[in-house]
Design a protein. Structure first.
Length: 157
């Protein structure tokens, strides 16, 4: 009977030690998992912040590109008579009415406030009873071209 008690006691000690060992292994694995999860959460938050920063930068760059396109298209139209003065087949000379309407449409969309205000002044002058001559029109377009070019170079920086 004494042997059975000793055997049961030894068996009890082995079970207790085994249970403690399994519990300690689970606890250390749990601690490792918790630290890994914390690290992953931190990394995910950093990635999200980087992504948000890149998104906002992309929006800003898209606005600059859009403004640059508007200013560049206006400049291409406005400078056409000067650049193509010797070419009678040039769009701005061959279809001057179409050229003027496209120049006005692109001028209305300018991004620079000063250029936009000058364009509105030009539109008021075009709406008067006495229309400006072609030379006066080109002279009125010149300051708008300069402001538009300044805005374009500013956006491209």
């Amino acid at each position: 009977m004494k042997r059975i008690h000793i055997f049961l006691f030894v068996l009890y000690i082995i079970f207790v030690f085994g249970a403690w060992f399994i519990f300690s292994e689970n606890t250390s694995e749990k601690a490792t998992l918790v630290s890994e999860i914390t690290n992953l959460k931190t990394e995910l938050a950093n990635t999200k912040n980087d992504l948000d920063a890149e998104r906002s930068l992309r929006v800003i760059l898209e606005e600059k590109i859009s403004g640059s396109r508007v200013n560049a298209s206006f400049l291409a139209l406005a400078l056409c008579p000067t650049l193509e003065a010797t070419n009678n087949e040039a769009f701005c000379i061959k279809n001057s009415t179409e050229w003027l309407s496209q120049t006005i449409i692109s001028g209305i969309a300018l991004t620079d406030p000063e250029a936009k205000a000058k364009m509105e002044t030009l539109l008021v002058a075009l709406g008067k009873k006495t229309k400006p001559t072609a030379k006066q029109l080109y002279e009125m377009l010149r300051p708008i071209e300069i402001d538009s070019l300044k805005a374009l170079t500013k956006n491209l920086k």
